[in-house]
Design a protein around this ligand. Structure first.
Ligand code: PLP
Ligand code: SF4
Length: 367
């Protein structure tokens, strides 16, 4: 029987917390007091790491924390899904950098994370050696420098905050030196999975290179703790705008109540919900997938019912590299004679009158 470990970790700093993570089948089975079929095989294929902090949030072997970080035999099933669902490799001019949209690039600068999420769309890469090397980082920086149309760089991974502060600074400083780079964004799950990593020193370093935006990743209200709030407050106080990219996960957060609590909890920490992602169709993650209508229903349950800043965009990243599309509820039912037929957030029918302000017929031919 698993006994929750909340607040029992005694590690002094984030590096110790990472070093003491649960990473082997034996460690996990002793901790849980139960076996998991094929655990060795799963971990061999897709590494496991659960640090003591995140482990401390787990209360039972069925809960949303457990589901996100403990390997599941279904990961090895011959189910649907692709190794590289977003065709990132196909759009990589140099290894570790994806240039899909005209003015911005995704740049992998770390292959480690504080916890390896079982639903990760980069399951093929995280926790493996040789994916991000000094060479790939050098080549990525050279590519960005040579491509003046890039004005926004997203540092991702893995988790950029698993790098040493100095290593990360070296990358950020080089980007800030390029006149065409307007903004730098960092994608990190650390405020959620290892808030101890957000130290005053890290925050001071980042704030030298503004504008730097951070998009973090929380999936469940139980992840919103005093430690996570402290980490987000440090970042927000340093003038770093915070966003959140939540993943819609079956059995974890695929219902209205959980999502509303999560979104409100984020806003209280000064984190603005940015995207709610449909779970990417990565091989070994199909047990987390939901019907796309689920996401639309959840968003519709938020719009109008709670603050607008609590509503993220529901986003599907198309398999095969088509890019992101938004799948949002529609309120317009029809264009009628001089009116829009709509439903409001309560489902009530309304008409919005359209007046003839536009003289030129051609301009309104799209109607
Ligand atoms: C998601 C993503 C981005 C950033 O998209 P935004 O909608 O600007 O947040 C950039 N490049 C790649 C390859 C991406 O997958
Ligand atoms: S933190 Fe992000 S990159 Fe790392 S395993 Fe989780 S989802 Fe994947």
């Amino acid at each position: 029987m698993y006994k929750p470990l909340r607040d029992q970790h005694t590690a002094k700093n984030w590096k110790e917390l990472v070093a003491r993570s649960i990473q082997t089948a034996d460690q996990l089975q002793v901790l849980l007091g139960q076996g998991i079929p094929y655990l060795e095989n799963i971990i061999h294929r897709y590494p496991m790491r659960i640090n003591e902090y995140y482990l401390g949030l787990m209360e039972s072997t069925e809960d949303p924390i457990y589901m996100q970080c403990v390997p599941d035999p279904r990961e090895l099933q011959q189910g649907p899904g692709m190794v590289d669902p977003l065709a990132e490799e196909k759009h990589s001019p140099v290894p570790g950098l994806t240039h899909r949209y005209p003015d911005r690039v995704l740049f992998l600068v770390s292959n480690e994370c504080a916890v390896y999420c079982r639903f990760c769309n980069r399951k093929r890469k995280v926790g493996r050696k040789g994916i991000v090397t000094p060479n790939t980082i050098r080549e990525g920086i050279a590519y960005i420098k040579a491509n003046r149309q890039v004005r926004d760089v997203l540092l991702s991974g893995g988790d950029p905050f698993l790098l040493e502060t100095e290593e990360l600074e070296e990358i950020i400083a080089q980007l800030r030196d390029m006149p065409h780079i307007e903004i730098i964004r960092i994608g990190s799950r650390v405020p959620c999975t290892l808030p101890q990593r957000i130290t005053p020193r890290l925050v001071r370093m980042i704030s030298k290179y503004h504008p730097v935006y951070i998009n973090t990743h929380f999936n469940h209200p139980r992840e919103i703790t005093a430690e996570a709030s402290r980490a987000c407050a440090l970042l927000a106080d340093a003038g770093i705008p915070l966003g959140c990219q939540t993943v819609l996960l079956k059995g974890v957060n695929d219902n209205r109540e959980t999502m509303a609590l999560l979104m409100r909890g984020l806003v209280k920490m000064r984190v603005r919900p940015y995207y709610l992602f449909q779970c990417d169709q990565a091989k070994g993650t199909s047990h987390f997938w939901t019907h796309p209508q689920k996401g639309v229903d959840i968003i519709a349950s938020l719009i109008g019912h709670t603050s607008g800043i609590c509503v993220p965009h529901y986003c599907i990243d198309l398999p095969g590299g088509g890019g992101k599309i938004l799948h949002m509820p529609t309120y317009v039912e029809a264009y009628e004679n001089n009116a829009l037929a709509v439903r409001n957030f309560e489902g009530k029918r309304w008409r919005y009158p359209i007046y003839e302000f536009i003289a030129n017929k051609r301009e309104r031919s799209w109607l």
